[in-house]
Design a protein around this ligand. Sequence first.
Ligand SMILES: C[S@@+](CC[C@H](N)C(=O)[O-])C[C@H]1O[C@@H](n2cnc3c(N)ncnc32)[C@H](O)[C@@H]1O
Length: 300
Amino acid sequence: MSRSILRKDSTAQGVAKQRLIETLAPPDKRIINDPYADRFVIGASLIKLMGHKFSVWLTKMLAPGFHEHLIARTRFIDDLIKDRVAKGVEQYVILGAGYDMRAHRLELPPSLNIFEVDQPEVQARKRSNLPQELMNADNVTYVSVDFNHQSLAKQLLAAGFDQSKPTVFTLEGVSQYITKEAVESTMKELAVLTQETSATFFISYVDKCLDENPAACFGKGYPNAVKRAEAIKHFSAKVGEPWITFYTAREMEGLLYRYGFSLKENKTLAELNSMYFTPVGRTLPEDQIVKLEHFVVAEC
Ligand SMILES: C[S@@+](CC[C@H](N)C(=O)[O-])C[C@H]1O[C@@H](n2cnc3c(N)ncnc32)[C@H](O)[C@@H]1O
């Protein structure tokens, strides 16, 4: 694997790794199931050997609650997609898809047109690791876009995106890596793409508190919150994908409004803990809550 792809896909691998770890949990305890995650993670065999409990413990040593935070985000979007598909959405655009396998693991109807958008190098590695037999393989179209430099609308329309079909877009774990200008121009392009139809837009964003008041980004009593916030930023910069973009809730709502979207939900692990982890006996205590990233659903 070349050095350039390693630099480009390290964060995509990072989240796939947490999905792999969660998938190793006993079925009655796990929050999501991603049977394909191991295909994209270097060292997957070792993680499988270590198992769910030990791997979650290791993640906890680095940042308590971070595994659960990422898994809650994945589950929240899984539920959103299933709900919107049941309500008649006909297209799904996965922005910054990385090694997201929702298209194939959620038992979505074959009539749903799915577009996966990411950098060409990440898509090439993903496609070369896909199994031959894959549910809904024919409904996925790969669209290469660099959000910082290319027009999303132009690329999507060229790939067959239908502006008359109700659509759901997700931008999961991406906004922090691209410029504010790129986030805004992506929203502007979504507004253009959806002017003739209804749309749901999921976006996750990192709260400005990470820069300005790190303690507020974690639950009360979280150990070494300030140091941990610095370590998270330092780590992402070191692997070549620094976090550069942050918002307040007000800024995000204003931005969505500017492009015709009204905010429906804004959640963090603080709210999703009781929804997902409590029913399976895995409630996180307050001092392990990570709430630096928000999960937002907007509609137009
Ligand atoms: C943390 S990963 C999240 C991947 C996926 N959404 C998930 O949750 O599994 C961030 C993704 O954003 C993509 N990305 C980062 N900068 C990008 C850019 N400028 N244009 C297109 N994609 C980008 C990366 O290639 C990577 O797949």
